[in-house]
Design a protein around this ligand. Structure first.
Ligand code: DGT
Length: 206
């Protein structure tokens, strides 16, 4: 299997779940893809972004002169849907602090789009895609706590400015949905997508 992602969290989820994927990072300009998706439903946006990453990684794989490639490529994209707006990574402390001041004490949905692409004899013989949504309830933390969390830098590089499995875990009171999709890959969703392209996930276990 190939994981088309630079995300250490996604690689960690797959390894803990028995896979040892080869990593090929896509060089997709996510903002350019987002510009073509104005008005699209949020679930379609994250699936389209995962699809754009898949197209880039599959092209990289098929550019080799090996004509007997047989693999499965998994790509994902996660964004937070809060008050009807999709947001990705904050990138700056100020944006992370503002995000937390808005969402503390409230709920939001972490959406993860997935694309599975099956390659056999160096041709794409099947694709499947789906999104997963998990509702997150955030603790009503005070400004000093928001500032301390933002100052760690952790929330800057993750969709929605929080982690479930890191420092952010202190501030996630409850979730409703698949925990792995919050971290970056919805394992139950991917199991069904793999089945859609004829792959039994247990056959991929190390
Ligand atoms: N460890 C952890 N990471 C999280 C959590 N929620 C979101 N993330 C990370 C996973 C992804 O690396 C990132 C979501 O951003 P993207 O979907 O754009 O992926 P990223 O740009 O990191 O990598 P990629 O586009 O797949 O190469 O946020 C969480 O609860 N725990």
């Amino acid at each position: 299997m190939v994981l088309g992602s630079a995300s250490p969290a996604r690689l960690r989820v797959l390894r803990a779940a028995g896979l040892d994927p080869r990593v090929i990072v896509s060089d997709v300009d996510e903002d350019a893809v987002l510009d073509t998706l104005h008005g699209a439903p949020p679930a379609e946006v994250v699936v389209a972004l995962a699809g754009a990453k898949a197209d880039a990684v599959v092209a990289t794989i098929l550019a080799s002169d090996d004509h007997a490639i047989d693999t499965v490529v998994l790509t994902c994209d996660s964004m937070l849907l809060f008050d009807g707006e999709l947001s990705g990574k904050p990138h700056t402390v100020d944006v992370a602090r503002a995000q937390w001041r808005r969402m503390r004490g409230r709920s939001a949905e972490l959406l993860t789009g997935h694309r599975v692409s099956r390659i056999r004899d160096s041709r794409v013989v099947g694709t499947a895609q789906a999104s997963a949504a998990t509702t997150i309830r955030f603790a009503d933390i005070d400004d000093a706590t928001v500032d301390a969390y933002a100052a760690t830098g952790e929330p800057l590089a993750v969709a929605g400015a929080f982690t479930l499995d890191g420092l952010g875990g202190w501030f996630v009171e409850a979730i409703d949905g698949d925990p792995s999709s919050v971290i970056g890959i919805g394992l139950p969703t991917v199991r069904l997508l793999l089945a859609d392209v004829g792959v039994d996930v247990t056959s991929l276990w190390r």
